[in-house]
Design a protein around this ligand. Structure first.
Ligand SMILES: Nc1ncnc2c1ncn2[C@@H]1O[C@H](COP(=O)(O)OP(=O)(O)OP(=O)(O)O)[C@@H](O)[C@H]1O
Ligand SMILES: [Mg+2]
Length: 228
């Protein structure tokens, strides 16, 4: 079968339950290349679960996740790990930066793991950090960065491998409103500039309104809603 060239991520009839507890039921989503979709829903509605499934960090109970046209359910762990490394970038709600590495070290690490030479990895990391407005902070360790700077570093790190798809789980959720706006602006600018597709979970309707489409998880289902 010919791979779908226009769809970056396809969630096909995804169900997720923990024992008797159904979290997601019959979820369908097609994320086109270059498109940015907001994922809304109250706390506990399943946003993180959906992102973890889309990011191949967790398997769905039923259904299929297609990444760049590749069905993933029958892949070996090694194949899935490689696809995750090559095609996906993940930004967590809490940055998960390594405390003993600088911003540059954290951002270049995925490239070094992928076998890129150190000088080249650091050059790319510096480019991304500069685009995130952190040119003068590259040698700071996470403990020497503000919360917004840490989150911008985490975004740069997620983009280092030139993924096709960025998955972001409330990337500005624990920042004050002003910093949240600055980081969100930087995130969207970079995603557009690099031509990525992105699925971004947020509690913030105002931020969601700035993205291409909005989906909400309601009663275990995923629904597209109008911008407000
Ligand atoms: N390992 C698990 N075992 C049982 N239930 C779980 C497990 N992980 C998550 N859940 C439940 O699944 C539901 C969805 O959780 P999830 O973290 O996806 O929500 P969320 O929309 O991301 O919430 P928040 O906005 O608070 O981050 C929650 O009710 C949670 O209690
Ligand atoms: Mg969550």
């Amino acid at each position: 079968m010919k791979a779908d060239q226009t769809t970056a991520l396809h969630l096909d009839n995804i169900t997720r339950h923990y024992g008797d507890l159904v979290i997601l039921e019959g979820v369908d989503l097609k994320l086109a290349r270059g498109e940015i979709i907001a994922l809304l829903g109250p706390s506990g509605s399943g946003k993180s679960s959906l992102l973890h499934i889309a990011g191949l960090l967790e398997a769905p109970s039923q259904g299929e996740v297609h990444i760049d046209g590749h069905a993933t359910s029958n892949m070996s762990d090694a194949e899935r790990t490689r696809l995750r490394r090559d095609a996906l970038g993940f930004v967590y709600q809490f940055h998960h930066l390594l405390p003993e590495f600088s911003a540059l070290g954290n951002t270049s690490l995925p490239l070094l793991i992928a076998g890129v030479k150190k000088a080249q990895a650091e050059q790319e990391a510096e480019r991304l950090l500069t685009l995130m407005g952190l040119a003068s902070r590259v040698h700071h360790q996470p403990g020497q960065l503000s919360g917004g700077e840490q989150q911008r570093t985490a975004i740069a790190r997620a983009l280092a491998n030139k993924p096709d798809i960025l998955l972001a789980d409330e990337p500005t959720g624990n920042l004050d409103p002003k910093t949240s706006d600055v980081v969100f602006d930087a995130l969207i600018k970079l995603v557009r500039q690099e031509g990525l597709a992105a699925l971004i979970a947020t509690h913030d309707q105002r931020l969601a309104n700035r993205l291409d489409r909005i989906f909400v998880i309601r009663d275990q289902k995923l629904l597209e809603v109008e911008k407000t």
